[in-house]
Design a protein around this ligand. Structure first.
Ligand SMILES: NC(=O)c1ccc[n+]([C@@H]2O[C@H](COP(=O)([O-])OP(=O)(O)OC[C@H]3O[C@@H](n4cnc5c(N)ncnc54)[C@H](OP(=O)(O)O)[C@@H]3O)[C@@H](O)[C@H]2O)c1
Length: 308
């Protein structure tokens, strides 16, 4: 049995070692050392070139190195075999750390205090009790649900929005386009953890940002395509949006002349909210291969019709 890894070449050694540790019986090949392509059963990839996967004739499944699958959905020659998105504890924990940190940052007025520090000013801002702070997460999948679980400890007023109705203890759940207005109108700190699909592209725009209470904060840790950047900048300039933490952008790396870099109400990070960790991810991939080889269904298979 052989698996071909084609991802970040600098991390190829880490992946090879992790996969060997978790599956000494599987032959791990690292691209470009693909060997005889007809022997390759599985591919573990990030942003493969168009038709690359179609050139591997006997693949049984494709594993995405990241949680997002746009890099595969855009390949018109993607083979008609299961594609598994990355769900692994390292990626989930990293995202939850980043979301909790960012929510607390806006909750505790850190943008204001940093501005004060630069101005050598010493003013107290009245704290808001966590129970009066409404934190809403768009996307109640693996990442959104884990972040909500950890946010519970602070006592925030928590809400979430998804495509299908959910029931999560301690979280007010909204679903579908018809409940988006209600969800946004009662969210002080909004976290975007949606997949990027035809339905969610541009979902944070002038109209939806205007539905948030004035001064709300926006944290985007999903994809740059979720935000209409000109609309967000206008909302930040007008004070409709009081602050933003942006980890992802329409164009990455963020253009040198982007106004986001030095906007006083914006925190910019270079798409690092979370990363797949080779050791725990290798364990997750091997777990799925074992399931398939034992005739059990794969988990976290992408449904390309719904787009995630
Ligand atoms: N910045 C980073 O470093 C980073 C790292 C990892 C992941 N990400 C991003 O995070 C995203 C989410 O990951 P995940 O593993 O949590 O995904 P997931 O488990 O597939 O969950 C997706 C959630 O979004 C909801 N959703 C999808 N389309 C919707 C729509 N049109 N309207 C309302 N809700 C919709 C789904 O609703 P249902 O529950 O009803 O299906 C589900 O709750 C990934 O797609 C990726 O883009 C970013």
């Amino acid at each position: 049995m052989a698996l071909l890894f084609k991802g970040d070449i600098d991390r190829g050694g880490d992946w090879q070692a992790a996969l060997n540790r978790h599956a000494p019986d599987i032959e791990i090949r690292t691209w470009p050392e693909a060997g005889e392509v007809a022997d390759i059963d599985y591919a573990l990839v990030w942003k493969p070139p168009r038709a690359f996967l179609a050139s591997l004739p006997n693949l049984k499944a494709i594993f995405s190195i990241g949680a997002g699958i746009e890099h595969l959905a855009s390949d018109p020659e993607l083979p008609d075999i299961p594609v598994v998105r990355m769900v692994e504890p390292g990626l989930t924990t990293g995202m939850t750390e980043f979301v909790v940190m960012s929510v607390l940052y806006h909750h505790r007025f850190m943008l204001d205090y940093l501005a004060q520090q630069r101005a050598r000013a010493w003013h107290e801002i009245s704290q808001v009790a966590p129970g009066r702070r409404r934190v809403g997460i768009m996307g109640l999948g693996v990442l959104g649900c884990d972040a909500l679980e950890r946010l519970k400890i602070f006592g925030f007023d928590l809400a979430g929005w998804s495509r299908s109705q959910k029931s999560i203890p301690g979280v007010t759940c909204f679903a579908g386009a018809e409940q988006l207005v209600t969800f946004l109108s009662c969210t002080d700190i909004l976290v975007c953890l949606l997949p990027l699909t035809a339905e969610t592209r541009g979902i944070l725009n002038a109209e939806t940002l205007a539905l948030l209470p004035r001064g709300a904060a926006v944290i985007n840790v999903a994809r740059g395509g979720h935000v209409v950047e000109a609309d967000l900048l206008a909302a930040l300039d007008s004070g409709q949006i009081g602050g933003a933490t942006l980890d992802v952008f329409q164009e990455e790396p963020l253009a040198e002349d982007s106004r986001f870099w030095d906007h006083p109400r914006v925190v910019v990070t270079p798409h690092i909210a979370s990363m797949t960790i080779p050791d725990s991810a290798a364990a997750a991939v091997v777990h799925q291969i074992r399931r398939l080889e034992q005739g059990q269904p794969l988990e976290h298979v992408v449904d390309f019709k719904r787009g995630y």
